[in-house]
Design a binder for this molecule. Sequence first.
Ligand code: PLP
Length: 222
Amino acid sequence: MIAENIKQVLSELPAGVRLVAVSKYHPNEAILEAYQAGQRVFGESKVQEMTAKYESLPKNIEWHFIGHLQTNKIKYIVPYVALIHSIDSYKLLVEVNKQAEKTGKVINCLLQLHIAEEETKFGFSFKECEDMLAEQKWQELRNIRLCGLMGMATNTENIEQIKKEFCSLSNFFKKIKRTWFSDTGTFQEVSMGMSHDYKLAITAGSTLVRVGSKIFGERIYK
Ligand SMILES: *Cc1c(COP(=O)(O)O)cnc(C)c1O
């Protein structure tokens, strides 16, 4: 079942769009099933859960952190995380840099933008993000690498609204890229699209889709 779902989703991704299989709340057995189907990139939203999975599963899995990250937990994921999608404040970026410095690593990070209508979702506003970049202090952070942007659309049936939100992120990415990262090949990711809206996200220019329930089934929340 999981293997078939993976194949189904992969068949819908154009070249240049990668799949992050969101395995949060699903057991190791489910991840191994996806792994055996060839999937290597997995997304998790809780530090403890991701670290436990990292420790017990094959070491060539690429772990992406996609949830709200607390500063006191950064140190647990720094040794192995491949990409943090959810940098939602400058303070967090500084903390990731600090923890990474201790181990001599450079951590790949995406800036999370708040593009949805819901108040509850984390992230920079476009203005906050631009102001933060314009201050240029981030240029001194040697142990993080900014690789792009991440966003979540409003949870709605209104397709036009979802499209509009994804396009706003995609356009913002282009603007930021032009202004601050035109010479930085590694600033290239637009992480957007989940089970119910990844096709819209791809049309709008996503490079990383984060798909969970469509692959693993509904989550049972603890
Ligand atoms: C849970 C989660 C997903 C996956 O959601 P599905 O609807 O199960 O595909 C994607 N992105 C983030 C940030 C998440 O927390």
